[in-house]
Ligand binder design. Structure first.
Ligand SMILES: Cc1cc2nc3c(=O)[nH]c(=O)nc-3n(C[C@H](O)[C@H](O)[C@H](O)COP(=O)(O)OP(=O)(O)OC[C@H]3O[C@@H](n4cnc5c(N)ncnc54)[C@H](O)[C@@H]3O)c2cc1C
Length: 464
C-alpha cells in the first residue's frame, strides 16, 4: 500500500482552492485544530479542511489529492471512539456538515435518499412523521452522521432485531480513488447482480472512498412497544438468560446487559428506582399492540433462569424512560470514575457470554484494573471499559497488558474485536490476530485497487 506523506505547502494550497473553491477551504490553525480529533481523544493537525458541498467538488478534490498524494480523511461529526476520524498530520479533512440534506423519502419503496452529512437523529425525526424509522440507533445519534454510521457500520440497541447500518443500506454513491463516481447496490429490496460493493464500502471507515449519497432501507415504525427488565443475582445468570432469550422465536427489539459496576452508575440517577441485584437485562418488545402481551410472556419465560431476582414489565413509561436514559448516559459517565478509560466493544457468540463475563472478572482481579461491562447482549456485543489512573505508577502498563488479555480471551471464545465502533487507529495492532493472513492480504490488495494513490484515510483499519 502506498502511504502518502506529502503535507500541503502554500503552492499546493492555492491549487486546492482553485480545485474546490476558496470558500470551501479552512486554513486557519484554530479551524484546523477543531477538525483534528475525534472521541478517542487522539489528535493530529490537518494541513487544511475542505467543507464538502457536492459530488462534483468531491471528484475535483480526490483528483487533486491523488495527483499530489495528499491524505484525505472524511469526517462526519468526529464521534468515532477509535481514532478513525483523526486525520494524517498535514493532510486534508473532508468535512461533510454542509452535505446534510434528506433528499427524499419514498414510502412505497421503503427507502430514503440522503446526503452523508445528515445527522442520524434528524433523519429519524423526519422518518417518524412518515411512519418509518432507519434501524441503526447509536447512542450518539443526536450528533453522528449517516456517512459516519455507514463508514463504521454503526449499530445500537435495535440491531438485535433490525440489523446494523450495513443491513439497512440499499445503494451508495462513492467518489473513488481516481475521482470517478462509483454507484453500487440497487434501490430494489432484492438483487443478485455482481459483487456487493455496497457492503464493502460500509464499515471501511473511509479507507476505500468518499460516500457522497446513500439510499437507505426503511422499516415501518412498530405501532407499539413494551419495556421489560430483569434483575439477576450475578452476570452469569443474566448472560445465561440472554442465550435462552435468543434461542426462542420472539426476537426482542432491544436486549441490553449491565453488570454490577454499570448498575451502580445507573443507580446514581435519582429518577431510577431498582431493587437489589448484581446484573440487569433491559429489554423491549415491539409490534402490534395485540401481540405485545404474548411476546412479553415468551421472553419472560426464557428469561426465568436460576438467579432471576425480579422480572418487571414497565407499566410506568416514565420509569422505563428514566432507565433507558441512564443506560444511554453510561458511556460519558464512566469518564467521571477514572481519568482514563479504554473503551472496547468486543463480540462473542451469545452462547459464550457467560464465559466472557467470568473471564473479564478474573482479568480485572489479576491486573487490578476496574472493568465495567454493558452493551448489546442480544448481539453478543459487550462494551468492555477498562478504567484506571495513568498518573499512578505502573497502571498504564497494567491496563495495556490487561487489554491484550481481554482480546486473547475474546479470540479464545471465537469472538472478534469490534461489533460497531470499528478499528480506526487504536485497534489496528490487534487486526493480525483477528483476521487470518490470507484474508488480510486480500484486504490489502482490495485497498490498493480501490485507492491506488493510497490517499483515503491512510494508516487506519489495516495494520502496517
Ligand atoms: C457517546 C458515544 C456513544 C456512541 N454510541 C455508539 C453506539 O451505540 N453504536 C455505535 O455503533 N457507535 C457508537 N458510537 C461511535 C460513533 O458515534 C459512531 O461510529 C458514528 O457512526 C460516527 O459518526 P460520525 O458522524 O461522528 O463519524 P466520524 O467520527 O466523523 O467518522 C467515523 C468514520 O467514518 C468515516 N466517514 C465519515 N463520513 C464519511 C463519508 N462521507 N465517506 C466515507 N467515510 C466517512 C470517517 O473517515 C471515519 O473513519 C458512540 C460514540 C460516542 C461518542
Amino acid at each position: 500500500m502506498t502511504e502518502p506523506t506529502r503535507p500541503l505547502d502554500s503552492a499546493l494550497l492555492q491549487r486546492l482552492r482553485a480545485a474546490v473553491g476558496s470558500r470551501a477551504v479552512l486554513f486557519e490553525v484554530a479551524d484546523r485544530h477543531v477538525y483534528g480529533g475525534d472521541n478517542s481523544r487522539l489528535h493530529a493537525l490537518p494541513g487544511a479542511v475542505v467543507l464538502a458541498e457536492d459530488e462534483a467538488q468531491l471528484q475535483a478534490l480526490v483528483a487533486f489529492a491523488a495527483e499530489h498524494r495528499i491524505a484525505l480523511t472524511a469526517r462526519g461529526r468526529g464521534t468515532a471512539t477509535t481514532g478513525a476520524a483523526v486525520p494524517s498530520a498535514g493532510g486534508i479533512v473532508v468535512a461533510f456538515e454542509r452535505m446534510d440534506r434528506l433528499l427524499r423519502i419514498e414510502p412505497d419503496d421503503r427507502l430514503a435518499v440522503v446526503q452523508p452529512g445528515l445527522i442520524n437523529g434528524q433523519l429519524q425525526q423526519q422518518l417518524a412523521a412518515a411512519g418509518f424509522f432507519w434501524p441503526p440507533d447509536p447512542t450518539s445519534s443526536p450528533y453522528a452522521t449517516i456517512g459516519g454510521n455507514l463508514a463504521c457500520n454503526a449499530g445500537g440497541p435495535r440491531t438485535v432485531k433490525y440489523g446494523a447500518s450495513r443491513d439497512n443500506l440499499l445503494a451508495l454513491r462513492v467518489v473513488g480513488g481516481r475521482g470517478e463516481v462509483i454507484s453500487s447496490g440497487h434501490r430494489g429490496s432484492k438483487t443478485a447482480v455482481g459483487y456487493d460493493l455496497c457492503r464493502l464500502y460500509c464499515g471501511a471507515e473511509g479507507t476505500l472512498g468518499l460516500i457522497s449519497e446513500a439510499t437507505l432501507r426503511l422499516t415501518p415504525a412498530p405501532t407499539a412497544s413494551r419495556a421489560l427488565r430483569a434483575l439477576y443475582r450475578d452476570a452469569h445468570a443474566a448472560t445465561h438468560a440472554v442465550a435462552r432469550i435468543m434461542a426462542q422465536s420472539v426476537t426482542p427489539s432491544a436486549l441490553e446487559f449491565l453488570d454490577a459496576g454499570a448498575l451502580a452508575l445507573v443507580r446514581r440517577d435519582p429518577q431510577v428506582r431498582l431493587p437489589a441485584g448484581a446484573a440487569l437485562l433491559l429489554l423491549e418488545v415491539d409490534g402490534h399492540p395485540d401481540e405485545l402481551r404474548r411476546a412479553a410472556a415468551a421472553v419472560a419465560q426464557a428469561a426465568a433462569v436460576d438467579g432471576l431476582l425480579e422480572w418487571a414489565e414497565a407499566d410506568d413509561p416514565a420509569q422505563a424512560q428514566a432507565l433507558w436514559a441512564a443506560r444511554k448516559a453510561l458511556s460519558p459517565m464512566l469518564r467521571k470514575l477514572a481519568p482514563k478509560k479504554i473503551n472496547e466493544d468486543v463480540v462473542v457468540p451469545v452462547s459464550r457470554l457467560p464465559m466472557l463475563l467470568e473471564g473479564l472478572q478474573e482479568l480485572a482481579a489479576r491486573h487490578r484494573i476496574t472493568i465495567i461491562n454493558f452493551g448489546h447482549a442480544g448481539n453478543g456485543n459487550v462494551h468492555v471499559n477498562l478504567l484506571y489512573d495513568p498518573a499512578q505508577a505502573g497502571r498504564s502498563a497494567a491496563a495495556q497488558t490487561c487489554l491484550e488479555a481481554v482480546f486473547e480471551l475474546v479470540f479464545s471464545l471465537d469472538g472478534t474485536l469490534s461489533g460497531e465502533h470499528g478499528i480506526g487507529l487504536l485497534k489496528r495492532p490487534f487486526m493480525a490476530r483477528a483476521i487470518p493472513p490470507a484474508t488480510l492480504a486480500l484486504m490489502r490488495q482490495l485497498k490498493a485497487v480501490f485507492d491506488p494513490a493510497g490517499i483515503f484515510n491512510p494508516g487506519k483499519v489495516l495494520p502496517d
